[in-house]
Design a protein. Structure first.
Length: 202
C-alpha cells in the first residue's frame, strides 16, 4: 500500500504570475493607505491574514485595529446623509462594475472617486465596501424615487418612496412651494410656510 502511494506523482505547486502577486501587493498597500483594516485587505485581495497584518504594521507602525466588519444596515439607517452617500457609492459600484478589474482594484477606484466627489465623506472604506454586499444579500433593493425618478438603494422592508436626496430636500424646503426653511426637529409643533401658508413640521 505504501509503495503504491509513494509511486503516485506529486502534484506541482501552481505559482501565480509575478505580475499578479505584485499587483495584489500594491492594491493591499493602497487599501491600507486609504484606511482599510487588515481583515478587509485579506477579504478583497486574498492576501494571507498574517501578511496583511504585517503589511499594515509596516505602513502605520501599529497593529491593525480589532473589530468585526459590518453585518447589518443599522449604522447607515441612522442618518439620511449616510444613506445618500451609500446611494452614491452604489452608483459608482455599478459604473466600475462594468470593467473586469479585480475586487480590490474596483474598491480602490470606487472609494477614491467617492472621496473626490464629496466634500464631507460620511462613509469610510469599510462601509463603502459593505454597500454592494447589502444589495447582493437582498437586504437592500433598488426602488425608483417618486419625486425625481432616480433608482436608489433601500432596505427591502422599508416603505420609503423618496430617495435620501429628496427627503433631505424636503427637510429644508416647503413641500408645497419649495421656499427655503430650517430643518425640522422631532416633537416640534407645526408651523406655517410664510410664502404659501402650507402647515408643516418645523
Amino acid at each position: 500500500m505504501n509503495s503504491e502511494l509513494s509511486s503516485l506523482p506529486i502534484p506541482a505547486v501552481r505559482k501565480l504570475p509575478a505580475w499578479i502577486t505584485a499587483a495584489g501587493t500594491l492594491e493591499a498597500i493602497r487599501l491600507i493607505e486609504l484606511g482599510a483594516r487588515a481583515g478587509l485587505v485579506h477579504q478583497v485581495t486574498g492576501m494571507d491574514q498574517t501578511n496583511a497584518n504585517r503589511l499594515y504594521r509596516e505602513i502605520h507602525r501599529r497593529p491593525s485595529p480589532a473589530g468585526q466588519a459590518p453585518f447589518t444596515d443599522t449604522w447607515y439607517l441612522r442618518s439620511e446623509y449616510r444613506m445618500l452617500h451609500a446611494a452614491l457609492v452604489w452608483k459608482l459600484y455599478q459604473r466600475f462594475g462594468q470593467s473586469e478589474d479585480r475586487p480590490a482594484r474596483r474598491l480602490i477606484d470606487v472609494y477614491e472617486t467617492y472621496l473626490f466627489l464629496v466634500q464631507e465623506p460620511q462613509l469610510d472604506i469599510t462601509h463603502v465596501a459593505f454597500v454592494p454586499d447589502l444589495i447582493k444579500s437582498n437586504l437592500w433593493i433598488e426602488r425608483e424615487c417618486t419625486a425625481c425618478h432616480t433608482p436608489f438603494p433601500v432596505p427591502r422592508v422599508s416603505t420609503r418612496v423618496l430617495c435620501p436626496g429628496c427627503r433631505l430636500h424636503q427637510s429644508f424646503r416647503c413641500s408645497a412651494c419649495g421656499t427655503a426653511r430650517s430643518g425640522y426637529r422631532k416633537g416640534r409643533r407645526k408651523t406655517t410656510c410664510p410664502a404659501c401658508g402650507w402647515r408643516h413640521l418645523q
